[in-house]
Design a protein around this ligand. Structure first.
Ligand SMILES: Nc1ncnc2c1ncn2[C@@H]1O[C@H](COP(=O)(O)OP(=O)(O)O)[C@@H](O)[C@H]1O
Ligand SMILES: [Mg+2]
Length: 301
């Protein structure tokens, strides 16, 4: 196992992330650097597929810290984030103890830590040094009470549990929150985090990602893919679509093109593989009439 890099500068962060296959530009690396230095949670907002989740994974690799992931969804409850009691085991314990008379004692035994099921947030707080990377993914899917519940953790790296009291972090977890911005987050959450808006990558950066993730693709093909998706997302064309392709889609597309032995993009192969770039019927239909414009040399982009 290689040593944990020092990450003493923004350049170090860029290098270390590149070492695990994550391309970060300077602005993002600055946010990461500051989040580590100041030990503040980092909130990443941006369209789906711009590399938010992947950054948390890459950081866990760089820092050699376990990644704990909390995938948020509508209706998620605290017990799924923090802890719950293992009711089945508690019931068994009660059954085994049913002949005993000291009810208080039995009750106490029921709340031993061996009956506690630790969920990602509690696990993150209790991870021994150097600590964990906690990914609170797609927090915009959770509801506002859940955001309120997170405030204590985000501000102080601690949580208060009725049966157990306040639990503080052994080592402050590196904490990454992501949001696809399907709704606005509460100011109180934002105030406790460093904020970074993630855009689609620049063409050169996407080319580097494609080269690394799809090495089977020729340089020319990777370049054409990077150029094509970058034009799809440019102001001249983006309005035609409900949802543009993310990086995951361009990687998939490059792989598909390789599988089809494509050497050069042409209207026919784009037409036939549009379902990889777009996941909505309307978007696929909207692509067809403008394929030639998109392929035309630079001018419009
Ligand atoms: N900067 C990057 N460097 C390398 N790969 C990236 C980068 N950003 C995104 N990817 C690739 O794109 C995919 C989608 O990114 P992901 O993090 O899932 O997007 P998001 O969480 O923003 O929706 C990832 O699986 C990864 O392969
Ligand atoms: Mg994600």
């Amino acid at each position: 196992m290689t040593a944990v890099p020092a990450l003493d500068s923004i350049e170090d962060v860029i290098q270390a992330l590149a070492g695990v296959g994550y391309q970060a530009h300077r602005r993002l690396a600055t946010s990461v650097f500051l989040s580590l230095r100041l030990q503040r949670p980092l909130l990443l907002e941006g369209e789906p597929g711009v590399g938010k989740t992947e950054l948390a994974k890459a950081l866990s690799q760089v820092l050699h810290r376990p990644l704990l992931r909390l995938q948020c969804y509508d209706g998620m409850e605290q017990r799924e984030a923090l802890y719950e009691w293992n009711h089945a085991a508690q019931l068994l314990h009660m059954r085994a103890a049913q002949d005993r008379t000291h009810v208080d004692e039995i009750e106490q035994e029921l709340y031993q830590s061996k009956y506690l099921i630790r969920r990602p947030l509690l696990q993150a707080l209790q991870t021994p040094a150097p600590g964990a990377v906690l990914l609170i993914d797609e927090i915009d899917r959770a509801d506002e009470p859940f955001e309120a519940f997170l405030l204590e953790y985000l501000g102080e790296y601690q949580v208060t549990i009725p049966e157990l009291g306040t639990i503080s972090a052994h080592s402050n977890p590196v904490t990454i929150l992501t949001s696809n911005r399907t709704r606005d987050l509460h100011d109180a959450v934002k105030r406790r985090c460093l904020y970074h808006w993630m855009d689609y990558p620049e063409r050169e950066q996407e080319l580097a990602i494609l080269r690394a993730k799809v090495p089977q693709a020729s340089h020319t093909l990777a370049q054409q893919v990077a150029q094509f998706v970058s034009r799809l997302r440019s102001p001249a064309f983006a309005n035609a679509f409900q949802r543009g392709p993310g990086i995951a889609e361009s990687i998939e597309w490059a792989k598909a093109l390789v599988a089809l032995d494509t050497l050069q993009l042409d209207p026919e192969v784009i037409h036939d593989t549009a379902g990889i770039l777009f996941k909505q019927r309307e978007d696929i239909a909207a692509l067809q009439p403008i394929i030639t414009d998109l392929l035309a040399p630079e001018a419009a982009s």
